[in-house]
Design a binder for this molecule. Structure first.
Ligand SMILES: NC(=O)c1ccc[n+]([C@@H]2O[C@H](COP(=O)([O-])OP(=O)(O)OC[C@H]3O[C@@H](n4cnc5c(N)ncnc54)[C@H](OP(=O)(O)O)[C@@H]3O)[C@@H](O)[C@H]2O)c1
Length: 429
């Protein structure tokens, strides 16, 4: 059989990894694909850069759009990045030219995934994006194919390795966020501009994609509630430990009576839960199916090797001629289930207040919570320093986000409450 000819746009971390994998594992890949997978053309900005991989004999395109028109390219692999600009233009051009597209670009799919899926479907070409979520963990395949027979009620994951690394070191070394972020940047675990990671945007891109697959509906990035980890303190991590929880940046998509809730935020997870035990740069995804029960996948969510592994899995599917709808069902069969705003969330909460240690403060706080129908499961207060600031920690039973916010607005206005209350949602598993 003739080789599958691949054009790769972007020869950075992931592009270099893909070329290395296809070279090193050429025989294994050819056996599984049923034919050779050969890179025939590439594109990057700087032709002179030594990338540690050979591009000899491959067409070099100054403009990545050239790959979509190259007669020696059967499949285009987009590894440039960014939701707009050359990545978006190349994706559209490849599909319009009737070429299957493989991409690792979660930003592109979160923002334009529905339009690209519709275009790919109309053109009758494959669109592979296993590498876009959780790197080397085959979570797209697991949700779209392995769990295809299930009604899925919840997907929850640790979807950003940088955040998980920072939170892990904060806990283990009892250091503050800013110190650990600076160390992570020096070690290359965080970008010079880390905002996409630490503000939760990267995890939200991935969650929007997972939610589309899990709930069979179009991607709705705008419907994801996003909070990052800048506000997580060493103090709250220590309180979480004492109460039997770990703080993780989670992406959670959950079916509710009103629609699909999608949230990315620091969450307290019981220490015994599988997600609580995923540390360092690792990623993990948990999915609950009505027939499968809970499945849990863990692995490396980024890096040249794991991400290349996912890209090549998509190429092997395309080489075999596998044809699976982009988001698991044809565009016309996707549901119009709405996204539910976070104000409708119901669950337990951790609330930490810094208060002046004086008689009556706790009574005032608990009276406000009672007025808003919020009941308490437990409370922590260490030592006494009359007249000075002390932390009080309260853990609530299940309550609505709206009630909690109204109560906090009143609590924060009390004269004895010295700073904005810290509120962290608790995720039971
Ligand atoms: N890194 C990871 O671990 C990882 C994991 C999962 C998903 N991803 C996704 O994979 C994609 C690539 O990430 P990466 O980490 O490999 O990025 P990267 O190391 O920054 O590489 C980007 C590549 O794109 C090339 N490029 C940029 N603008 C271009 C243009 N206008 N025309 C042609 N080439 C252009 C760059 O060329 P030069 O080399 O000449 O500058 C570089 O080779 C992103 O969508 C990212 O979100 C990455």
């Amino acid at each position: 059989m003739s080789p599958l000819r691949v054009g790769v746009a972007g020869l950075g971390t992931v592009g270099g990894g893909v070329l290395r994998l296809l070279d090193q594992n050429a025989r294994i890949v050819a056996a599984r694909a049923g034919r050779e997978i050969r890179v025939t053309a590439v594109s990057a900005r700087d032709r002179g850069r030594d990338r540690g991989v050979s591009v000899t004999g491959m067409h070099w395109h100054e403009d990545p759009l050239g790959l979509a028109a190259d007669p020696d390219v059967d499949v285009v692999v987009e590894l440039i990045g960014g939701s707009e600009g050359p990545a978006k233009a190349l994706a559209a051009a490849a599909i319009a030219a009737g070429r299957p597209l493989v991409t690792a670009n979660k930003a592109l799919l979160a923002v334009h995934g529905s339009a690209l899926a519709a275009a790919a479907e109309a053109a009758g070409v494959a669109l592979g994006f296993e590498a876009a979520v959780a790197g080397g963990i085959p979570v797209i395949k697991a949700l779209r194919e392995g769990l295809a027979g299930n009604r899925i009620s919840r997907v929850a994951g640790i979807l950003n390795g940088t955040c998980n690394y920072i939170l892990t070191v904060m806990r283990e070394a009892q250091k503050d966020f800013a110190v650990v972020l600076a160390e992570a940047q020096a070690l290359g675990y965080a970008e010079a501009d880390p905002s996409f990671d630490i503000d939760g945007v990267d995890a939200a891109h991935k969650l929007a994609i997972l939610a589309a697959l899990a709930f069979g509906r179009p991607v709705d990035f705008a419907g994801v509630h996003v909070e990052g980890i800048r506000g997580v303190t060493a103090l709250d991590i220590a309180f979480a430990e004492e109460l039997g929880y770990r703080i993780k940046l989670l992406g959670i998509a959950k079916e509710t009576a009103a629609g699909v809730e999608m949230r990315v935020h620091p969450a307290m997870v019981p220490k015994a839960a599988a997600l609580a035990q995923v540390d360092g740069v690792f990623n993990a995804v948990l999915a609950e199916g009505d027939f499968s029960g809970t499945i849990f996948l863990q692995g490396r969510g980024a890096g040249a090797g794991p991400t290349a592994s996912a890209v090549v899995a998509d190429l092997i599917d395309i080489a075999r001629g596998a044809s699976i709808p982009v988001f698991g069902a044809r565009t016309s069969d996707l549901a119009d289930t709405p996204s539910v705003p976070v104000q409708r969330h119901v669950g337990p909460y951790f609330l930490r207040l810094m208060v002046v240690d004086q008689p009556g403060v706790l009574a005032d706080v608990t009276a406000i919570l009672r007025d808003h129908g919020v009941s308490l499961e437990s409370m922590l207060q260490h030592g006494r320093k009359p007249g000075e600031a002390v932390p009080i920690v309260l853990v609530t039973h299940e309550t609505s986000e709206a009630a909690m916010n109204r109560a906090i607005a009143r609590i924060g206005a009390l004269a004895a409450v010295l700073e904005a209350p810290a509120l962290i949602r608790i995720e039971p598993s």
